[in-house]
Ligand binder design. Structure first.
Ligand SMILES: *[C@@H]1O[C@H](CO)[C@@H](O)[C@H](O)[C@H]1NC(C)=O
Ligand SMILES: *[C@@H]1O[C@H](CO)[C@@H](O)[C@H](O)[C@H]1NC(C)=O
Ligand SMILES: *[C@@H]1O[C@H](CO)[C@@H](O)[C@H](O)[C@H]1NC(C)=O
Ligand SMILES: *[C@@H]1O[C@H](CO)[C@@H](O)[C@H](O)[C@H]1NC(C)=O
Ligand SMILES: *[C@@H]1O[C@H](CO)[C@@H](O)[C@H](O)[C@H]1NC(C)=O
Length: 398
């Protein structure tokens, strides 16, 4: 009341300013403001399975020229697993705080696979590549970044060299994982992004999968809640898997944003924000890790790659919001919890509505009053505050 009265007797010279503020402040407040992860308790995702997550990581491979270089393939199986990381990026805290480089091979003869070729994962097959150097890539003209991360798999004389990165943590329980990526190269490989939880039997494996077979039509992607076949009967489990087509005639040799939302009871997949598959059947229930790979083992799923040829999963950036069942110290810094679970999501951020990829915006902060809701709900409080500030600064109040 008091404020309104004073507004009515504003000097004429101030009225245009007030009109200007009244008109612009609500619009400004409707755009959530950029913030830091340290100010966010939770991240609310958009999409059909909109969920809250407490953690956020963003890995940006687009401007890493100082680490760029394509290493020669190591054509000796024995020295492949122990190869050095291809640049200091892979020994930086940024990388090692989250990821490990795979070095296992399939020589143990797992009865679950129909592999016909020795496959060896090597740290030498993950590298930062100048985006203009992909000579083997017909889509190379379509550059969006200076550099990207490449996972390479190549068929050599006596084995298939392959690439895998996996999260050090095995404690992810629900997440929204996104990568801007493309797959290029020869037929006979699979590139993949998935969550994984091993089990003593195939039936006990839990896994939500995005897989691209390089022998497939360019728009076809396989989405699966594994296992997709029954070990007992050797039959495919149709409910576990979807063959989906990328939207709008897109192809996986071109950059696209692939997203997988693993939430309680369902996993959903998106390409460039369009939902392309959703599977409730066998949705993983327990803690898992995150894996990306490029591989081939001469089995029925990947097929055989021609000797000397190669295929690549190329990634501009990776982003994940997630919950973890681990109570690690490193993660605790992101949590500003001063109470129990109930007060855990006071400051709610978004990585979807942000104008700056990888950096969150604040949707609202229950501790500090509602800033702006997901649907753009705007309170009058901030405008009142601004007006008071204007009045104070012009000497009308205080
Ligand atoms: C993630 O954890 C937060 C805080 O405990 C919880 O509110 C939220 O529902 C969890 N998200 C999922 C998808 O379970
Ligand atoms: C494959 O892995 C086994 C078990 O870890 C190891 O003993 C063997 O040396 C590896 N072979 C190659 C070619 O890397
Ligand atoms: C899905 O794709 C795979 C491999 O591309 C193919 O073998 C299979 O028949 C397809 N399934 C359906 C239902 O189209
Ligand atoms: C939500 O799911 C429906 C049906 O599965 C789908 O048609 C729609 O496009 C989805 N919405 C979004 C935002 O992806
Ligand atoms: C791959 O090649 C091997 C022979 O080297 C053959 O036994 C196997 O059947 C082939 N796999 C496929 C899927 O064609």
């Amino acid at each position: 009341m008091e404020l309104r009265k004073r507004l009515l007797c504003l000097p004429a010279s101030l009225s245009p300013l007030v009109l200007f503020l009244s008109a612009t402040v609500p619009l400004a407040a409707a755009d959530p403001t950029l913030t830091e992860d340290s100010s966010c308790n939770c991240y609310l995702t958009n999409g059909n399975q909109s969920s809250y997550f407490t953690e956020h990581r963003f890995f940006d491979f687009r401007r890493l020229s100082q680490y760029a270089g394509v290493p020669d393939v190591i054509d000796d199986a024995a020295s492949s697993p122990g190869a050095d990381p291809t640049s200091a990026y892979f020994t930086s805290a940024e990388w090692t705080s989250f990821w490990m480089l795979g070095s296992w091979n399939n020589s143990h003869g797992d009865k679950r696979t129909d592999a016909t070729v020795l496959m060896v994962n090597s740290p030498n097959n993950l590298y930062i590549e100048p985006s203009s150097s992909s000579s083997s890539n017909p889509a190379a003209q379509n550059q969006e970044s200076e550099t990207h991360l490449t996972l390479r798999t190549q068929r050599l004389a006596t084995f298939q060299t392959a690439a895998e990165m996996e999260s050090a943590s095995t404690s992810f329980r629900y997440l929204s994982l996104r990568m801007r990526a493309r797959t290029v190269g020869a037929a006979g490989a699979v590139t993949a992004m998935f969550t994984y939880r091993d089990g003593p039997t195939l039936a006990e494996v839990q896994e939500s999968d995005l897989e691209i077979r390089t022998a497939d039509p360019l728009g076809l992607i396989h989405y699966t809640n594994q296992p997709a076949y029954d070990e007992g009967t050797d039959e495919v489990v149709p409910d576990a898997t979807r063959n989906a087509t990328m939207p709008d005639g897109k192809v996986w040799t071109e950059w696209a944003t692939h997203r997988m939302d693993w939430t309680p009871g369902v996993t959903a997949w998106y390409v460039d924000d369009v939902e392309v598959a959703r599977i409730a059947f066998q949705a993983p229930k327990d803690e898992s890790n995150i894996i990306l790979n490029a591989w081939s083992d001469g089995g029925g799923w990947t097929g055989n790659m021609t000797r000397g040829e190669a295929a690549y999963l190329q990634v501009q950036w990776l982003e994940v919001v997630y919950n973890s069942t681990e109570e690690g110290e490193g993660r605790a810094k992101n949590r500003k919890r001063d109470g129990g679970e109930a007060s855990g999501c006071r400051a709610v951020c978004s990585v979807d509505q942000t104008p700056q990829l990888g950096k969150p915006v604040m949707l609202w902060n229950n501790g500090a009053g509602r800033v702006s809701g997901a649907a753009g709900v705007v309170g009058w409080m901030p405008i009142g505050v601004v007006l008071v500030m204007v009045l104070v600064s012009t000497g009308l109040l205080g």
